[in-house]
Design a protein around this ligand. Structure first.
Ligand code: ADP
Length: 166
């Protein structure tokens, strides 16, 4: 089951929220900053142990002061020219995050629109990749059973609404 929400991902009471992190995993702006702020300093302490994360991969931590139990940190690609593996790397972020949710037998997971802020990925292509990666996973596996797309801005909300036919 896929649902679309508008607003702040840090408020959601789900098994895992996904963070659009950077390769250092040491925090940043946008959704990353909001997640670290809401989770508290213990999140950064746990993130340090990974010594970073390559683009397209994902790592999991506890949620600390967040209502979400866990945070899945994934590193989206920076948009360059569209010919530098950006679509494949973005798809890989969704797949890797969903694989962790499957491994941990999570029921619910919430995604922000990875790479569509500071990283400049075109929102429409990003929404198509996100939706198709999630649908492909849900067709094959029982976990997670509930996937939330969280749109922070109006553009993303409208795009997801249109592409999800809701
Ligand atoms: P990236 O560097 O991957 O582009 P950003 O955090 O800059 O990451 O942006 C990713 C998306 O997250 C953008 O669509 C942005 O509007 C959205 N966003 C920013 N803050 C939040 C939040 N608190 N909850 C959900 N989405 C958010």
């Amino acid at each position: 089951m896929i649902e679309l929400l508008k607003g702040d991902i840090t408020t959601l009471e789900v098994d895992a929220i996904v963070n659009a992190a950077n390769t250092s995993l040491l925090g940043g702006g946008g959704v990353d900053g909001a997640i670290h702020k809401a989770a508290g300093p213990e999140l950064l302490m746990e993130c340090r142990q990974f010594k970073g994360c390559p683009t397209g991969m994902a790592k999991i931590t506890q949620g600390y002061r967040l209502p979400a139990k866990f945070v899945i940190h994934t590193v989206g690609p920076v948009w360059r020219d569209g010919k530098s593996q950006e679509p494949e790397l973005l798809e890989s972020c969704y797949k890797a995050s969903l694989q962790l949710a499957l491994d941990f037998k999570f029921q619910s997971i919430a995604f922000p629109s990875i790479s569509t802020g500071a990283y400049g990925f075109p929102k429409e292509i990003a929404a198509e990749i996100a939706i198709s990666a999630v649908k492909a996973h849900l067709d094959k596996y029982a976990n997670p059973s509930q996937v939330f797309f969280v749109a922070f801005d109006d553009d993303n909300y409208k795009l997801y609404k249109q592409k999800l036919h809701i």
